[in-house]
Design a protein around this ligand. Sequence first.
Ligand code: NAG
Length: 242
Amino acid sequence: MHRHFLVAAFLATVSLLMSSEANFATYKLSLHWPAAACNDPASFECKPNVLNTFTIHGLWPQFANGNPVRPYGPETNRCTDVIPVNSDQILNLMTPLQDFSRKLWPNYKDYQNQTVNENCWKYEWKLYGMYSDSADNPYRYFSTALSLAIKYIDPYKGTRIVPRLVPYMAKDISDAIKENLGVYPQIACNEVRGIVQLKEVRLCFRRDKENPPSVLQDCPRRYANKCSDETNEITFIPHLIG
Ligand SMILES: *[C@@H]1O[C@H](CO)[C@@H](O)[C@H](O)[C@H]1NC(C)=O
């Protein structure tokens, strides 16, 4: 009797663990600001004509606590019969999306170089797309990210937040998006020569296993990398610097 209970409890725990691995909760659309990424000596050198718009960094599955799905790797798809498409095959499948991809999802170092762009897309596919609900359908994965970006590529549109040399309080940057979109983003920063810069704005969307993500929700962690709370001073650097 006692042993049966233990076995049942063990099986329940195992099945909970197995299902939770594939049970991520949100998608995070990460938009980066090329000027901040490019003046960081830690990143590779960018070509001089840096884009003056946010661009897509990626669309990342994540758990409810904000942890990425990726480090759990193959576990995520192990219990399903979905066979992820290999990254070598995605470019053909993405062909109808090339124009949008080049515009909204270029690499920030040399956005006109198609080879570099293709390598970026393959990389994002390998790290994130293959663990998404569209692991067998790259066209759907990329078109989902592009559709969201068409709507949200300029997250500060209509707000008082603009690129400038005077830093903002992190709270002001975060609150502006809350007022604009109704949810809190995750703000990710880098630090260059002692200045904390706004590098990425990430928007979180509720996962729906049947449909592409479309419903915004608060990001579980509001700050990442070199910014950590709402009292930080963050510079949204203008495009001409660096
Ligand atoms: C594009 O990038 C590739 C890979 O880095 C490089 O080999 C090639 O020379 C670049 N092409 C141009 C036109 O800069």
